[in-house]
Design a protein around this ligand. Structure first.
Ligand SMILES: Nc1ncnc2c1ncn2[C@@H]1O[C@H](COP(=O)(O)OP(=O)(O)OP(=O)(O)O)[C@@H](O)[C@H]1O
Ligand SMILES: [Mg+2]
Length: 336
């Protein structure tokens, strides 16, 4: 690489470099999609997390390729990867690391835990006890960890993908709403349709017979940081910002329609509005645009907002869901 910074390079060379970088991001997307049948939405959201520095919560029944998706993403990145399986007896130090006394040197040494990696899969996060969950979410929010009075910075990029299984309740600790807010997106994965399931059989059978296809690219962390910078530079017009605000205001009890007012206990905060804007920029980048369009916002609104909204007990008892409420808002609020 030349010594010139991104800003110093001549515009034409910069344009070529940007196009080459985006092509590599798209190659990463193609590689992910190739090995994850029918998971276009999940793949796009994982890449949005990567391009925004956001963390992703993936919810789905067992066996829906959640672990496979994150492992495949790690195959496409030239960074370190760790996986943590949460259990009720997990301790915060199992994630953060501990300080140990070294008899031979007469000093304390910090042994870094699995959080000190670029990509971390936290499987079954709702099986971890609350102290572990709060250590994890604090690291996600602050990008650093304090152990025994010493603060240790986490790598950059640092991306957590946490999974949870919706059907198990026994022995789980549901993430508190305030902690859910730390996730950029909450993605729900559904069962594949029959055609996809048929393709999954062929794909996995081929892999069992040693025909696994390697990822077509391995992005360096420098490339990820540069792509993040490019994605954050995507333009959001004033009219589109107004749309974002009107959408989120629709969850606030003072502005909401009467039926929603009765259903929403606590609305989405400005962190939710910002999350939707930033995620929309990354989606626009992935779709080859230099500006966000209403479709970016409408497509991501449910995953960016619904985990930040609390329902009244009455609405929950009636079977309403936060996802359903945001879907209704997207239909109701006019884009421009
Ligand atoms: N859409 C898919 N594309 C490719 N393979 C799939 C898909 N769905 C499931 N599989 C296959 O199903 C198996 C289960 O996948 P995986 O272990 O990733 O599931 P999971 O969602 O992490 O499950 P759990 O919640 O039990 O951890 C794997 O062999 C995987 O290859
Ligand atoms: Mg798994």
């Amino acid at each position: 690489m030349s010594g010139a910074t991104l800003a110093e390079r001549p515009a034409a060379a910069q344009g070529t470099a940007d196009a080459a970088l985006r092509a590599r991001i798209l190659a990463l997307r193609d590689g992910l999609e190739h090995g994850l049948i029918g998971c276009t939405g999940l793949v796009e959201r994982l890449l949005i997390g990567l391009l925004t520095g956001g963390h992703i919560l993936v919810e789905g029944a067992p066996g829906l390729a959640k672990t496979r998706a994150v492992k495949r993403l790690s195959d496409g990145l030239d960074g370190s990867f760790a996986r943590v399986q949460c259990t009720p007896d997990l301790m915060p130090a199992d994630l953060t690391g501990t300080t140990v006394w070294r008899q031979d040197s007469g000093t304390f040494e910090f042994l870094a835990g699995p959080l000190f990696h670029s990509l971390i899969l936290v499987d079954e996060v709702n099986r971890a006890p609350p102290k572990v969950q709060s250590a994890l979410l604090e690291a996600m929010a602050e990008g650093q960890i304090t152990v025994a009075g010493h603060t240790h910075p986490l790598p950059d990029p640092f991306m957590v993908v946490a999974t949870q299984n919706p059907i198990e309740h026994a022995g789980t600790f549901p993430l508190p709403e305030a902690q859910l807010d730390r996730f950029l997106l909450h993605v729900v994965v559904d069962m594949p349709d029959e055609a996809s399931e048929r393709r999954i059989l062929d794909l996995v059978e081929g892999e069992l017979n040693h025909h696994a296809e390697a990822m077509p690219v391995k992005l360096t962390l420098e490339e990820v940081r540069a792509a993040r910078e490019a994605a954050l530079g995507v333009y959001v017009s004033p009219a589109l910002k107004d749309y974002l605000v009107r959408l989120v205001a629709g969850t606030r009890t003072d502005a909401a329609a009467p039926d929603l007012r009765a259903a929403i206990e606590h609305p989405a905060s400005p962190r939710g509005t910002l999350a939707l804007m930033v995620a929309g920029k990354a989606r626009a980048y992935l779709h080859g645009r230099d500006h966000v369009i209403p479709e970016d916002v409408a497509d991501l609104a449910v995953d960016a907002l619904s985990h930040r909204i609390g329902l009244t007990w009455r609405a929950a008892a009636e079977g309403q869901t936060a996802r359903g409420i945001v879907e209704g808002l997207v239909r109701r609020v006019r884009a421009l």
